[in-house]
Design a protein around this ligand. Structure first.
Ligand SMILES: NC(=O)c1ccc[n+]([C@@H]2O[C@H](COP(=O)([O-])OP(=O)(O)OC[C@H]3O[C@@H](n4cnc5c(N)ncnc54)[C@H](OP(=O)(O)O)[C@@H]3O)[C@@H](O)[C@H]2O)c1
Length: 317
């Protein structure tokens, strides 16, 4: 049965202090949803089943956006394979299970384009999930995420729930993680060029050849798509969320340097690994449903840099 979110219903956004969760709260408020409940990590550790059960029994949310997760770039993933698997698996299972037990009408789970197979066809359609081997560097994260996706599907099939999932491409925007080692490529470049500009460095060395092609979506666009999907989509198959546009890492670095105002040279250390040559989502399913991104990359990087400059949390995350 297709469920839409009514304005009076109670909405739980899990992970509301994170980049995606905070953007979902902004998007909901913009659309007039007022009845939003949140809990910080400290208030409810989503890895602890009894704490999650108690929270759901007390609040009984009608709708859930599950944006809490342990997230990080290649280094973070490889340094903590076991933690990435355990924490993500626990959070997903606890939240989705408690939502179902407590009568949640609709839930949106967030996957990630990095959980598609390593050699997926490009652009990647939703149907390529689990068709071949995963990327080794984030295998633990991918296995946990795929379990969450599948658990939603299995609840739908066994119990007739309306739990859906979205598969976002690389995201960036307010509340991103700018940690020098643990962040994703775009926030890492913002920080690197900002620091180089401040220090007056004449050159910045970037990893790899600069040739890989990547896609980026501003997080407020993703949040808008999540609210859209909660109101317009039901189904067991996930839905890709991206721009459908790509650029090389070299072009990305030039764009970030331009926005940040770094005028020195950019060098490439080709001894460092490049990763997959191309990663682009096939977004035709979402476009057919009637959604398209709004914020172009350069504008989005400008907004993200503003946030970086004014968000005092940035250095700690
Ligand atoms: N970032 C991307 O480029 C990207 C791309 C595709 C998909 N996604 C997906 O989007 C979702 C959110 O990612 P994000 O970038 O917003 O991550 P984020 O900024 O790191 O936020 C994650 C949130 O989860 C919370 N959290 C983590 N462990 C928790 C626990 N044990 N109990 C309670 N809360 C916990 C964090 O709270 P604390 O900060 O208090 O720990 C934080 O609020 C993830 O499912 C991710 O897979 C992200």
């Amino acid at each position: 049965m297709r469920i839409w979110m009514d304005k009076q219903g109670k909405i739980y956004v899990a992970g509301h202090r994170g980049m995606v969760g905070s953007a979902i709260v902004r998007a909901l408020q913009k659309e007039g949803y007022q009845n939003i409940v949140t809990r910080s990590h400290r208030e409810v550790d989503l890895c602890r089943q009894e704490a999650v059960d108690a929270f759901f029994a007390q609040e009984k949310p009608d709708y859930v956006f599950l944006a809490a997760a342990k997230v990080g770039g290649i280094v973070a993933n490889q340094e903590a394979l076991a933690d990435f698997m355990y924490e993500n698996m626990m959070m997903e299972m606890n939240v989705i299970h408690a939502a179902w037990k407590n009568g949640c009408k609709k839930l949106l789970f967030l996957g990630s384009s990095c959980i598609y197979p390593r050699m997926a066809p490009q652009p990647m359609p939703e149907s390529c999930l689990l068709t071949s081997e995963l990327e080794k560097t984030n295998e633990a994260y991918a296995l946990a995420k795929i379990s969450g996706l599948k658990y939603c599907e299995f609840l739908n099939r066994q119990y007739g729930t309306d739990y859906i999932s979205a598969m976002p491409t690389n995201l960036y925007g307010p509340n991103d993680n700018y940690h020098p080692l643990h962040s994703h490529v775009l926030p890492a470049l913002i920080r690197r060029f900002h620091e180089a500009k401040e220090a007056g460095d004449r050159e910045v060395v970037c990893w790899g050849s600069g040739e890989p092609l990547r896609e980026f979506l501003y997080v407020d666009d993703l949040a808008d798509a999540c609210v859209f999907l909660m109101n317009r989509y039901s189904g067991n198959e996930t839905v890709n969320v991206g721009t459908g546009k790509e650029l090389t890492i070299r072009e990305l670095t030039r764009l970030v340097a331009k926005v940040v105002g770094y005028e020195g040279r950019i060098l490439w250390d080709a001894s460092k690994p490049d990763g997959t040559p191309r990663k682009l989502l096939d977004v035709s399913k979402l476009e057919k449903l009637g959604w398209k991104y709004k914020i172009e990359l350069e504008d989005g990087i400008r907004l993200a840099y503003e946030d970086f400059l004014h968000n005092p949390m940035r250095a700690e995350r």
